[in-house]
Design a binder for this molecule. Structure first.
Ligand code: AMP
Length: 582
């Protein structure tokens, strides 16, 4: 099969928008494709060389690609860069460069799909010293034999810029028509796709084994399963309409979802987009290797960033520090994590996805040793909506986004967003844009580096009307090492042996202080919380207003306790900044 046939197909698809026409063209192309190339052609249509879960990269950026173009067509790199600035499309640059090519190679070999694919595979596998030169030479060899149109699409594939916009589901439709003859078999093909997340693999099975192969398809550890997603409701009452009777309510952790495949002592982690993210979390790999008591298993959970000194959850943005290629060990130390497992899909040769959730959870509980930061999602099983409401506020108070409510009878529906999982997030949040000045009324002992000092402070706003102090949050972040060292020296002179009579607290601090020291604090948002007492009951019965993800900014020695931000001011801030969450 010639590469030009693919290039012509890409060109055609770029011009059409009607889904049915795209499917017709796809079916034609697939029918023309030799059996041994079917998976490769599918990957190329998706603008990839391998499925993203392989975690293999070509290692060729814009610069090296231009170098290969320059080498193939004898045009200086700086001229190509100038062209790139003008057109902003590297595919076009390669196309123009190919059409300008002066010397005509005598024995020009037409490019075949096989040669293009094998060369790209070789480029991906070339590593080590001098690999860049070799990659460039291999690629330029392809450009030498490419027509302008081929050069354009080749470049786009290499840089991940093909973007034909052909959805996976469209490819599945085309595969069904081309190889299963009747669209009636579409669901069975999709089922297999949901279990392997690899359209190339599905196409290969279809051409080699037909529908029988598809029907027999089973989960294979090492290949990600398309993840089950949650529907959303606005309040707890709606949940009861969707799931009757007893249900499981779980904290909705605000982190990164993982699907972990343990194969013997090897652990592979896939992200929600099914990318291989194993290298970002060597600590998670270790926790799972040690904490999962089964030989082969697939589990799901959420990785959450935590404050190493207080153990409190941090916003999921903190996990961005793990998205780096180098010095991952430093990031592991500086930005530690916990894992909360919430599902199990496979265990020692047996698929568990068709079992009800309550049974899967039991199996999960049996194989997980909860230690060293590996835990199970916090869960209650109940049909009492008030209890769920309380659990919801508790989840938010602890830095979670809300709850996921699960149907106890629900199977694991790979790739589906249905009512078996329902998310209940805060329907309102109030973005916090200005810092507030709060009074330190209590403290909690530190751990690790903070063992000699306090790990977090309990702080309060001033209720002018009642002349009391009402707690707003526990601050454990934002302190420098010096700030921490100074805490006992600054605070201990105000230490008292029980909660001060003018402090209204529902939390039990390790140490109490006379309200005196004022600190400036900023947070992500203001939320409702059952454990804080600021404006207690004013917005909702049984809750006060709290600061989510608070951070210490500085001491305000210039202020005394009565100069602190008042509870009324916080109420105003809450109302002013109240926004509906989309
Ligand atoms: P959303 O991303 O808003 O659609 O919410 C669904 C996401 O919540 C899942 O993809 C998980 O990443 C996350 N999540 C956090 N805790 C849980 C839990 N206990 N059960 C299921 N999903 C959870």
């Amino acid at each position: 099969m010639l590469f030009i046939e693919l290039a012509n197909f890409f060109e055609k698809i770029e011009r059409i928008t009607a889904r049915s026409t795209i499917i017709d063209s796809l079916v034609n192309l697939l029918r023309k494709t030799p059996k041994d190339l079917i998976d490769k052609v599918i990957y190329l249509i998706q603008g990839e060389i391998f499925p993203s879960f392989y975690g293999i990269e070509l290692g060729l950026g814009e610069k090296l690609t231009l170098k290969a173009v320059s080498l193939a067509y004898g045009i200086e790199s700086y001229e190509l860069e100038k062209m790139l600035k003008r057109f902003g499309d590297i595919g076009k640059v390669a196309e123009i460069a190919a059409s300008k090519k002066k010397q005509v190679t005598l024995f020009k070999q037409p490019l075949t799909v096989k040669r293009v694919y094998e060369t790209l595979e070789k480029i991906a596998k070339t590593t080590g010293e001098k690999s860049q030169d070799l990659k460039v030479r291999l690629l330029s060899g392809l450009f030498v034999d490419a027509s302008p149109k081929e050069a354009k699409y080749l470049t786009r594939i290499i840089l991940g810029e093909l973007r034909l916009g052909v959805a996976d589901m469209t490819i599945l439709d085309a595969l069904t028509i081309a190889y299963a003859k009747s669209i009636g078999f579409r669901d069975e093909i999709e089922r297999a796709y949901n279990l392997c997340s690899d359209l190339g693999e599905i196409a290969k099975i279809l051409v080699n084994e037909g529908l029988e192969g598809i029907r027999k398809y089973k989960i294979k550890p090492g290949r990600p399963i398309r993840m089950m997603l949650a529907q959303r409701v606005e309040n707890v009452k709606e949940v009861a309409f969707k799931i009757g009777g007893k249900m499981a309510a779980e904290w909705k952790y605000d982190g990164e979802r993982i699907q972990a495949h343990k194969i013997g002592s090897k652990v592979i982690l896939f992200s929600r987009r099914l990318e291989n993210i194993t290298n970002q979390y060597p600590d998670a790999v270790e926790m799972l290797r040690k904490g999962l008591k089964s030989n082969e298993t697939i589990v799901e959970g959420e990785i959450v960033a935590i404050n190493p000194d207080t153990g409190e959850f941090l916003p999921f943005q903190e996990l961005m520090h793990r998205r780096r290629k180098h010095d991952i060990e430093i990031a592991v130390k500086r930005y530690p994590i916990n894992i909360f497992l919430f599902d199990i899909l496979y265990k020692d040769g047996e698929s568990l996805i068709d079992k009800p959730y309550i049974d899967r959870r039991k199996i999960l509980e049996e194989i997980v040793e909860q230690k060293n930061g590996l835990m199970l999602s916090k869960q209650i099983i109940t049909d009492n909506l008030e209890e769920i409401e309380k659990f919801f506020l508790e989840a938010i108070e602890n830095g979670c986004e809300g709850l996921i409510i699960k149907d106890l009878k629900g199977t694991y529906r790979a790739g589906a967003r249905e009512w078996l999982w329902i998310k209940l997030k805060k329907s309102y949040h109030s973005k916090m844009i200005e810092p507030v000045d709060l009074v330190v009324v209590g403290a909690f002992y530190g751990k690790g580096r903070r063992a000699k000092s306090y790990g977090a402070l309990l702080v309060a706003s001033y209720n002018k009307e009642k002349d009391i102090f009402e707690t707003v949050c526990k601050v454990g972040s934002g302190f420098t090492d010096t700030d921490i060292e100074r805490l006992p020296e600054i605070l201990n002179k105000y230490r008292i042996n029980k909660c001060h009579p003018r402090v209204f607290s529902k939390m039990e601090a390790d140490v109490w202080f006379e309200p005196n020291v004022v600190i400036e604090v900023i947070g992500d948002e203001l939320t409702l919380s059952p454990v804080h007492t600021c404006c207690y009951g004013k917005i909702q019965a049984g809750s006060g207003i709290a600061i989510r993800f608070p951070r210490f900014l500085r001491y305000r020695f210039d202020k005394d306790a009565k100069d602190a931000t008042t509870s009324d001011e916080i109420l105003e801030m809450y109302k002013r900044q109240l926004k509906k969450v989309e």
